[in-house]
Write a protein that binds this ligand. Structure first.
Ligand SMILES: Nc1nc2c(ncn2[C@@H]2O[C@H](COP(=O)(O)OP(=O)(O)OP(=O)(O)O)[C@@H](O)[C@H]2O)c(=O)[nH]1
Ligand SMILES: [Mg+2]
Length: 316
């Protein structure tokens, strides 16, 4: 049987191989994805983001348990900013994820960012496509939001959970970190810690006062103690509520269309850039152009305009 046939049969090792193929962009991965794209659309993607150590992995772990209990098939992608081989937190994740079944109802993959931010978003999205084609009901994506959100989680997920802890500071700091505008559901984790009730109230008030950009959804703030599994059902309830309200309002569909359109443009842009560079580096002496700029005889703006003209002339 071919790899794709085994994948279609629901063999987890085939999924694992395909995910590696996609992640490493091995030859032929685009054709494989093209094939997978024909049968997707049934998986909901839940993103969990927030500052380091907020408890994202613990929350994801608990959500997986809950979803498996509800007879859902679940895939997880954890995007870790460190290498998979040295990241301590990541090894921790691995161990904890080992407690799950290997009967095809669960799969976990972690991906290292290794600094390559741009490519990561599309790799994560592509892996989620494989999960979808494999038949998971839910894909959970964990990513760290440090200062600014590294992976554009909104472009990859249907719903975004932002996890914060009492130690992350108040609503103003959350806003500064850019987490306020991306949250569909807020989760204040480590509710056993002092200051938890205060940050919940603080976030609720800020959300109330801030101009909520959506008239169809009021961002809820849920307090959890993930390490004990406390109120994870409450969190899941709000996530599912968001998804059903989004579907009813048409926002779900609109968002997915927007994601696809963005992906299409990004792919096209990659292709154009590559082709343009290939062509222009044959047609023009880039090193000489750089020399001219350095010598004060040209500037990057006019040089790029001239190069662009050269390229458009060559393709017309
Ligand atoms: N006290 C307390 N500790 C918690 C809770 N949830 C998670 N933790 C602990 O917080 C630490 C960090 O949890 P993780 O789930 O690894 O956090 P994370 O956000 O995934 O961390 P990174 O992926 O490294 O950013 C672990 O030691 C957890 O056991 C909680 O509700 N209360
Ligand atoms: Mg984690």
């Amino acid at each position: 049987m071919s790899l794709l046939e085994r994948f279609d049969e629901g063999e987890i090792r085939a999924l694992s191989k395909i995910v590696s193929l996609i992640e490493n962009r091995e030859e032929g991965y685009e054709d494989t994805l093209g094939h997978l794209y024909r049968k997707i659309g049934n998986t909901v993607r839940i993103g969990v983001t927030g500052p380091p150590g907020a408890g994202k992995s613990t929350i994801v772990n608990r959500l997986v348990h809950q979803l498996l209990k509800d007879d859902k098939r679940v895939g997880v992608v954890a995007v870790d900013p460190t290498s998979p081989f040295t990241g301590g937190a990541l090894l921790g994740d691995r161990v904890r994820m080992n407690e799950f079944p290997i009967d095809g109802s669960f799969y976990f993959r972690s991906m290292a960012t290794r600094g390559e931010v741009g490519g990561l978003a599309s790799s994560t999205d592509n892996v989620a496509v494989a999960y979808d084609a494999f038949g998971f009901d839910v894909t959970l994506i964990e990513t760290v939001g440090v200062g600014q959100v590294e992976l554009d989680i909104i472009d990859t997920c249907d719903v975004v959970v932002v996890a914060v802890v009492p130690e992350s500071g108040d609503a103003v700091q959350t806003m500064k970190a850019g987490l306020m505008e991306i949250a569909d559901v807020f989760c204040v984790n480590k509710s056993d810690r002092p200051g938890s009730a205060r940050i919940v109230a603080d976030l609720r008030m800020s959300l109330e006062l801030g101009n909520q950009s959506r008239d169809w959804w009021k961002v809820p703030v849920v307090a959890t103690q993930a390490v004990k599994g406390e109120n994870i059902d409450g969190l899941l309830e709000k996530i599912l509520l968001y998804l059903s309200v989004a579907r009813e309002s048409g926002e779900f569909e609109r968002h997915r269309r927007q994601q696809l359109e963005k992906k299409l443009w990004a792919l096209l842009q990659d292709q154009i850039t590559k082709e343009m560079q290939d062509k222009l580096s044959k047609m023009a002496r880039i090193d000489q152009i750089v020399d001219n700029i350095l010598n004060g005889n040209s500037d990057p703006f006019s040089a790029s305009r001239e190069l662009f003209q050269k390229w458009t002339d060559s393709v017309s």
